[in-house]
Design a binder for this molecule. Structure first.
Ligand SMILES: [Cu+2]
Length: 451
């Protein structure tokens, strides 16, 4: 099957995923109480949540599939009884929660987890401590779960909303590249659709996106898989991922069946944003437009800077490292940015939207509306490099005639914008161009998209 064709199956996959959730709930009626739940949206943030904010994370091994056909051995933290996945489960909690993480280590070396941004983390009931060997050399940034079945329980209070990484604190250059990391989202108490305790950070419910930016050195992974030593001075990443996938896999839905260990999409699906949608603006009242922007949560686990570029609009940076950009007297220090720069280990939150500022539409002789037409020459087939995403019409929500022989993937006149790393060497997969940190934003017409 043409892999791009699968993009059209988002609603089908969503329905299957919802069905699976219902089946699990039905089967689980008499079983042990479920600690964490996993609601599967078609795209966007896909959380593990727990009423008690308690999670068990077990180290597991497995393989990820990359767009050049390679498969790479990885490590990961799996929540509850779930199989290996990459990246590790996204954990979502609420401000003020006492979070408990039981780490169960099945690997043959010590493993730990650090929670950057969290204060007063406790391990097995005592404040966490760096670990040293007999010579005084540090072996871990924090208390470990010993190799071959060891356990450690971390507890902390999620006192500040925001976007955080959790990651290995032991032999970090190796263990983090092997996949021992994930995202931790802390939502404001009482305001799950605000990024921070500020109404200006309100986003459109259901339009919340994770962008976990990572890379893989496959030679390191092969050495670890076969028990060989590896000189970290030769560390050379070859694969560059968003949410554990490389393009074009990035744009497929969450839990797409052909990537069983890489469940997280990074396709954003939004509608035009108009904060005054209910007010007459002189041209249209814009029913169906989104009253709030989307929220993008960026996290960079690479050892180098990254610059992500969402085409179609600037993004408004509202927080860095879970610190809202607000001055001491409440000044608004948020700013619009063409490129979203995320340093190694950093997180950045941005509000993102697409505005139909020109009200492009065809003239309507029936109403006398002159419209605001765009002069468009329909491209010939040989010019349709990305033709399958084009509707044949320049107007949002319109479908029109395409050149004969074009394979049409456009469903309802929706728009697509590429969103990618502007560190251009990161958009390849071991030299295969267009196989790295690239994804899309899909803009649906206000009246929706029948699928
Ligand atoms: Cu760009």
């Amino acid at each position: 099957m043409n892999r791009l064709k699968k993009l059209q199956r988002i609603s089908t996959v969503m329905n299957v995923c919802l069905l699976l959730v219902l089946v699990v709930v039905a089967l689980g009626g008499d079983a042990e109480p479920v600690v964490a739940t996993h609601f599967v949206p078609p795209t966007g943030l896909y959380c593990a949540t727990s009423p008690s904010a308690s999670f068990t994370l077990t180290t597991k091994t497995g393989y990820v599939t990359l767009p050049d056909g390679n498969q790479v051995f990885m490590w990961g933290f799996s929540e509850g009884e779930r199989p290996f996945q990459h990246p590790s489960q996204t954990l979502c909690v609420t401000e003020g929660d006492t979070v408990t993480i039981v780490l169960h280590n099945t690997l043959d070396q010590d493993v730990s987890i650090i929670f950057p941004g969290m204060d007063d983390v406790v391990a097995n009931g005592a404040p966490t401590q760096p670990q040293f060997d007999a010579t005084g050399a540090m072996t871990s940034l924090t208390n470990v779960a010993p190799a071959n079945g060891g356990l450690v329980t971390y507890t902390f209070t999620a006192s500040q909303p925001g976007t955080y990484l959790y990651e290995s604190g032991t032999e970090t250059t190796k263990q983090i590249n092997m996949g021992l990391y994930g995202a931790l989202v802390v939502r404001p108490l009482g305001h799950p659709d605000w990024a921070y305790n500020d109404p200006a950070t309100q986003f459109n419910p259901g339009n919340e996106y994770l962008m976990l930016i990572s890379d893989i050195d496959p030679n390191l992974h092969t050495a670890v898989e076969h028990g060989q030593t590896y000189d970290m001075n030769t560390f050379t990443p070859r694969y560059f991922l968003y949410n554990g996938r490389a393009f074009p896999d990035t744009i497929y839905p969450n839990e797409v069946p052909f990537l069983p260990n890489q469940p997280y999409s990074s396709l954003a699906i939004i509608k035009p944003h108009d904060p005054n949608q209910f007010l007459a603006d002189g041209i249209t009242t814009n029913p169906g437009y989104y009253p709030y922007p989307a929220l993008m949560r960026y996290l960079n686990v690479m050892a180098v800077d990254t610059a992500h570029h969402p085409h179609g609009n600037h993004a408004r940076i509202i927080a860095q490292d879970a610190a809202p950009l607000t001055g001491p007297a409440g000044q608004d220090l948020t700013f619009e940015k063409f490129l979203i720069a995320v340093g190694p280990g950093q997180t950045v939150d941005a509000l993102w939207d697409w505005n139909d500022v020109d009200h492009w539409r065809p003239a309507n002789p029936a109403t006398g509306d002159p419209g605001n037409p765009i002069p468009v020459t329909i491209p010939q087939l040989q010019n349709m490099t990305f033709g399958p995403f084009y509707s044949g019409s320049a107007y949002l929500g319109n479908l029109s005639t395409l050149p004969v022989g074009t394979q049409a993937l456009n469903q309802c006149g929706e728009y697509y914008h590429i969103a990618h790393s502007h560190s251009i060497h990161l958009i390849n997969a071991w030299g295969m161009v267009m196989g790295g940190q690239i994804t899309f934003t899909r803009i649906d017409p206000p009246e929706g998209c029948p699928q």
